[in-house]
Design a protein around this ligand. Sequence first.
Ligand SMILES: [Zn+2]
Length: 289
Amino acid sequence: MLQKITFLLISLCLVDTAWANDAACTIQDFLKLELPSGSDMPTGSEDMTPLNMGLNSVLLAYPDLALDRESNQLISTSGKKFTAQKATGQPPKALLEQPSFADQFQYVYPLEFDLSAREEAWQDPGRIRNDDFMALVYFESEAAARATLTSLKSGSGTATFNVTVKNGVNCQLQAVLDEIGTRNKTFFSNVGGSFNWRKISGTNRLSVHSYGAAIDLNADLGDYWKWRGYKPGKVGKFNNKVPEELVRSFERYGFIWGGKWHHFDGMHFEYRPEQILYARILEKAEITE
Ligand SMILES: [Zn+2]
């Protein structure tokens, strides 16, 4: 009898833990997520300006955000506000340094495994980030970011990534790692890193590593434009070794790949589901036109 009760208690505990993990992690497949249409879009319209499509993308990507439609203000759960501005049309260097909200969508992330788009100068989809927007979605200080970190191990057991639980980044990365399993092992040894509150080298802008929402795989296999001595806006051939299936797993769960950038960073993946959703919204509109 006692044995039976003990067994029952252990079973209940196991069920409870499994449930708790599921409750904490609602995994989103951003390549399949059904896109609303018409007035069901989060902004209430399918208006095809970069501002409206960008807002629809971020509201689908980060359900914690709210929108005041009158003022185009995005509002975080803590009540912080950010006014989303339309595209500025400024030149590429200024886009990187002082982008508006909609400027972040100037270059559309290619959903195909097509590395030819990056041959055009400044085609860096996702590399343009508005720091105030990123701070709204994530954190304003290193301490705030650190307080949310958790660590995940690759299926191969050779890499540990420190990422944030904010916006479910840890859940989404776990889904990537589960899908990859023990395949593509070499990419998960000698990994470049994950959480690191720092500026992007040679700039005054915070890297997405600062928010615990980016990881670097094996730096030796990655290839990085600066290490090749290329100049900004004049980046040549990218010697890619990262296989399509690996990139696909990351993209499915919301991580974009730096290998698709003109200024390539082949080891770098960052959680930017809004970039993937924007490309899908645009693609859907073009098909149905
Ligand atoms: Zn990186």
